[in-house]
Design a protein around this ligand. Structure first.
Ligand code: SF4
Length: 330
């Protein structure tokens, strides 16, 4: 067994909550305060078990489809975005919808619409079945083709090879996406690239940060849920960058003592939908096993913030104005 003095933890920074997740979680909390429980949320607001369970306790009800929401109720759309048809369904059921789609996902939706309107075939690099992919494909289903990894590039058929553009899911591995783009470019030399990165700043920063610690780590523990795309990518990137082993855990209780056999350096990071309290739990678990020396390895600073969805801001403003008027009249 390694001695205590050679046991250390490298804690990646940035890690955890991104601006889009922070906004989505606050949206549900503020909506519960403003309108009272229950507030319905279509799909998991963000892909994290703990966050969903905590919001459920406060009165959020998570549903899979809009039709499960009672008429005239409030429904919040998750950070992953929805297809236009979902907005239509909500309107048909007279639901008051609040759209917590991350603005960086909305950006990809807008690109998809713009290229579809210009009659391009759009090759969307992403993972089949992921909510974000379903939402983005829904912007122009007749023009979009899903490309799920480099091997898929061989099977794509487009109408006009001179009018093809690629876009991507926001939470992919940067390196793997570039491999897919290269494979697509071999097939379609005139393939157009998106005007700016679709893989978001938070995904990219967390991958760079985990790479930095993985090369020195015998083990990398990634805190995140199994349905969180960006968290799963962190495990893959850690392994590719040289980590001896890497595991994804929702909670510290899932960590196993056997993982620490012969281990001197443990890397720790977390996905973009993970609150810091869960990372603290893993650090405590490690400290109890002799890994109390924690060194933070910072590769970038983040300061991005997004304003709340406009529907919610409008109602919060109206209530503040009403309160001010009431106070003035007293
Ligand atoms: S991971 Fe990126 S795209 Fe997804 S919510 Fe966070 S900032 Fe937005």
């Amino acid at each position: 067994m390694t001695s205590d003095s050679s046991r250390r933890v490298l804690l990646a920074a940035p890690r955890g909550y991104c601006a889009g997740v922070d906004r989505a979680v606050i949206t549900v909390e503020k909506a519960l305060e403003q309108y009272g429980a229950p507030v319905y949320v279509r799909k998991q607001i963000v892909h994290n078990k703990y966050v969903v369970q905590t919001l459920e306790k406060k009165g959020a009800i998570f549903v899979d489809e809009t039709e499960e929401v009672p008429e005239n109720a409030i429904v919040i759309f998750s950070a992953h975005g929805v297809a236009p048809v979902v907005h239509e369904e909500a309107a048909q059921r007279s639901l008051a919808s609040i759209d917590a789609t991350c603005p960086l996902v909305t950006k990809v939706h807008k690109e998809a619409r713009r290229f579809a309107d210009s009659d391009y075939d759009i090759l969307l690099i992403g993972h089949e079945g992921h909510e974000e992919v379903i939402g983005t494909m829904g912007e122009a289903p007749e023009r979009m083709h899903l490309v799920d990894g480099p091997a898929d590039a061989a099977h794509v058929h487009v109408r006009d090879e001179s009018k093809v553009v690629w876009l991507s899911q926001t939470t992919l591995s940067v390196d793997e996406t570039m491999e897919t783009v290269d494979a697509l470019k071999e097939r379609f030399p005139q393939l157009l690239s998106p005007p700016s990165d679709d893989i978001c700043y938070a995904t990219q920063n967390r991958q760079v940060a985990v790479k930095q610690i993985a090369a020195e780590a015998d083990l990398v523990i990634v805190v995140g849920s199994r349905n969180s795309s960006n968290s799963i990518r962190l495990v893959e990137v850690a392994l590719q960058a040289g980590a001896g082993a890497s595991y994804l855990v929702d909670f510290a209780e899932e960590c196993e003592d056997a993982w620490l056999d012969g281990v001197g350096t443990v890397g720790v990071t977390s996905g973009a939908s993970v609150p810091e309290i869960l990372v603290d739990g893993v650090l405590e678990w490690l400290a109890a096993r002799g890994f109390a020396d924690v060194q933070v390895v910072t590769s970038a600073q983040e300061s991005i913030q997004f304003s709340l969805p406009k529907e919610l801001r409008r109602d919060l403003r109206a209530e503040a104005a009403e309160k001010a008027a009431h106070a003035a009249s007293e």
